[in-house]
Ligand binder design. Sequence first.
Ligand SMILES: Nc1nc2c(c(=O)[nH]1)N[C@H]1C(S)=C(S)[C@@H](COP(=O)(O)OP(=O)(O)OC[C@H]3O[C@@H](n4cnc5c(=O)[nH]c(N)nc54)[C@H](O)[C@@H]3O)O[C@H]1N2
Ligand SMILES: Nc1nc2c(c(=O)[nH]1)N[C@H]1C(S)=C(S)[C@@H](COP(=O)(O)OP(=O)(O)OC[C@H]3O[C@@H](n4cnc5c(=O)[nH]c(N)nc54)[C@H](O)[C@@H]3O)O[C@H]1N2
Ligand code: SF4
Ligand SMILES: [Mo]
Length: 747
Amino acid sequence: MSGAEQVKTQQKQTNCRLCSYLCGLKANITKGRIAGLEPDPERYPYDTAIVSGCHRFHANLEFLEHPERLNHPLKRVGERGSNRWERISWEQALDEIAAKLLDLRARFGGETLATAIGGPHTTFWPLHRFLNLFGSPNNVGIGQICWNPSIWVNSLTFGWPLENEVDLERTGCLLVWGANPAESDNSLFWKQVRAYRQTGKPLVVIDPRRTRTARLADHWLAPRPGSDAALGLGLLHVIISERLYDKHFVADWCHGFAELSCRVADYTPERVAVLTGIEADRIIEVARLYAGAPAASIFHGRGLDQLGANSMEVHRAIACLKAVTANIDRPGAALVSEGPAYLAEIDLELTEKLPPEQRAKQLGRERLQLQTYESYEALTRLTERHGKRLPARYLTSAQPNLVWRAMLEADPYPIRALIVSGANPLISQADSRLIHAALKSLDLLVALELFPNSTSVLADYVLPMAGSLERPVLQTNAGVADIAYGGPAAIAPLFERRCDFDVWRELGLRCGQEEHWPWERFEDSLNAIVTPLGYSWEEFCISGLHAPPPQYEKHLDEGRGFATASGRIELYSCFLERFGADPLPGHTPTDAADAFPLTLISGGRKQPYWASSFHYLQTLKRPNQRPTAEVSLSTARQCKLHEGQEVEVATPWGTALFSLRIAEMRDGVVNVDYGWWFPREELAEPHLGGAFVANANTLTTADFASADPVLGQWKYNNLPCRICPAEIQEPQCASEEPVAPQAKENH
Ligand SMILES: Nc1nc2c(c(=O)[nH]1)N[C@H]1C(S)=C(S)[C@@H](COP(=O)(O)OP(=O)(O)OC[C@H]3O[C@@H](n4cnc5c(=O)[nH]c(N)nc54)[C@H](O)[C@@H]3O)O[C@H]1N2
Ligand SMILES: Nc1nc2c(c(=O)[nH]1)N[C@H]1C(S)=C(S)[C@@H](COP(=O)(O)OP(=O)(O)OC[C@H]3O[C@@H](n4cnc5c(=O)[nH]c(N)nc54)[C@H](O)[C@@H]3O)O[C@H]1N2
Ligand code: SF4
Ligand SMILES: [Mo]
């Protein structure tokens, strides 16, 4: 490099934003453009192996400068879905959207606006702040099916959420249950799991598929999908009947041990073997391994978060397993998180500003036991004893099926507007055809997006958002733990792109919310968030990490205990009892459906994609990458299918096409990729980028009537299905074994 060029090149700290790790990077900036990126060894979570193993790191610059990125605000000119747009100014876009929102609110009330969010792609508290101040309880997204069943369960069992990331150096036994970090993480945690395994300590993976994670394990249990709660009860049965539990800890700190013992008494290994399809001996072996380790950990994933009623049940069983073995708040075991020492999410999202009469408009609240404002408030009264408050936004988020139906049927009131941010609901939320009809019926649909996609093409306005490297980032895990990490933008947003924060603030100013948006820039709000830590945003960015060392056995502090009604860990939950739910963990068997003899898992993760994201990036494109449906060899033979064949997967709700892959997994189970669409194909109606071709969510439903009454949860796993060659389209295979319909077994 010549001397003249060296002068022009500036190095700036920034962060990748292509997954939730937000890896610290250094950007080399020449003439205002990023010429190159390298990992920053000074900042979290630096590890050479992370970057060399991460597919997406190398895609950052393509992501930033991709020719299809949205660069200017667009307004629809043709029919909805015709993909014809005019470029307009930000002022015009914001003025028109705000005017339309105010008009709709005057006619139908604040509840007429809904928002849709997805995974942690952006900072969501500004959206919630706007929505609460606007007066709507109707945010849909992932509240019930990603992460939050365990947030609810751990909070009502232990008084606050537990850390899911486990202390692998000090644990003596690790169970990875319904998660596949080899594909879904592929970074720091996955590296730690591999290092852990090299020490020879036991790794148990519980997954119907022999994933890359399962291949690393010395114990692979392949339950029938959806039967995990029964497995949990079986493990508890062995631990209690063989007296492997921690007697002192149970006597001192657990409430309801006698009731739990009674509940698990008839979940003998032999009976659980029938329910789960796992041999009794293996259940006994894993129970002894877990209870016998000096410290043991359970890492769980979305395989357990998306099982309908059994999600709460399995998380309750796991919480009881941790409690009775005293694997709580000790090194190498589960840690009760601290509350954030920085400005808490609840104070940013301003849920207390949503008036009671608007909270009362939460759809389905008469039937839901948790996942309502009332339950959230009751939980907060408990956690406040320890000076902590959970974020409300996920624990009260709306049941999506009821929101889509209110758009279509105006029942019990009309929802006429939707703003989508950091999500692609047509592809990544349940029941794509219903969502399609609902979006088409709206008076106003706005998409805050980085790339055009199957949802944004249906919008009235598409607003171009700043993404990775163009905006500061701060990950706070929604404030359920005392951890925060992030850093500054490398460059100002390109073209006319803006941060999501700016859009919500500008809409807020136009909708009478001036007093609640004191920060002019996103950075100003980040400054306010970290100020309680004793430094400014700029100072925070130097290390980019706030992660105080863990504190153990906090319940032993003078008079502290656990923030539950009994002050102890609630094996028997007084909280669930109060809201009419089963106070003990149970198991809900799945009904058999003759026409759909197989069981569907929709969406085991795969690198390098993230749901519907990154399919357009050349850097990541793998030769011949196709959406696949996986079955075992024996299921393939039974169904007369062969590797590479085009197959149709059908459920009672729809069909989708995949390429068949034979994989090591439980017989009778089908696993399909999720998030598939085809950005190179026609985006206009009716094709919508192939939104209905290989989309796992044409196979799913969030139907409220059949959703679980506790959270209103729907299923992405454990769904009835069948599979056949694409051209024949008739069922050819029988079920793995007949499953007799049984009544709910917990009473
Ligand atoms: N069948 C099935 N469905 C599932 C699941 C499953 O396992 N199976 N999993 C569920 C789970 S756990 C989740 S979390 C969801 C994930 O679903 P989503 O979060 O909806 O994921 P994506 O489809 O990747 O959509 C994210 C969108 O956000 C945009 N985006 C990225 N960064 C930004 C930003 O800074 N600002 C804005 N405004 N937009 C941005 C991307 O361009 C992309 O279009 O899917 C759920 N749906
Ligand atoms: N590459 C990639 N990484 C991602 C994402 C992505 O889209 N792509 N999404 C991100 C998001 S939003 C999330 S929430 C996380 C999720 O992270 P993970 O939970 O690790 O996600 P999955 O890879 O889907 O792993 C779930 C596993 O559960 C298994 N499973 C399905 N049904 C059952 C069941 O009934 N019982 C049991 N025991 N197991 C079952 C599946 O076979 C699958 O292997 O990943 C994140 N990381
Ligand atoms: S995609 Fe994730 S792991 Fe990879 S560099 Fe970016 S933040 Fe780090
Ligand atoms: Mo998720």
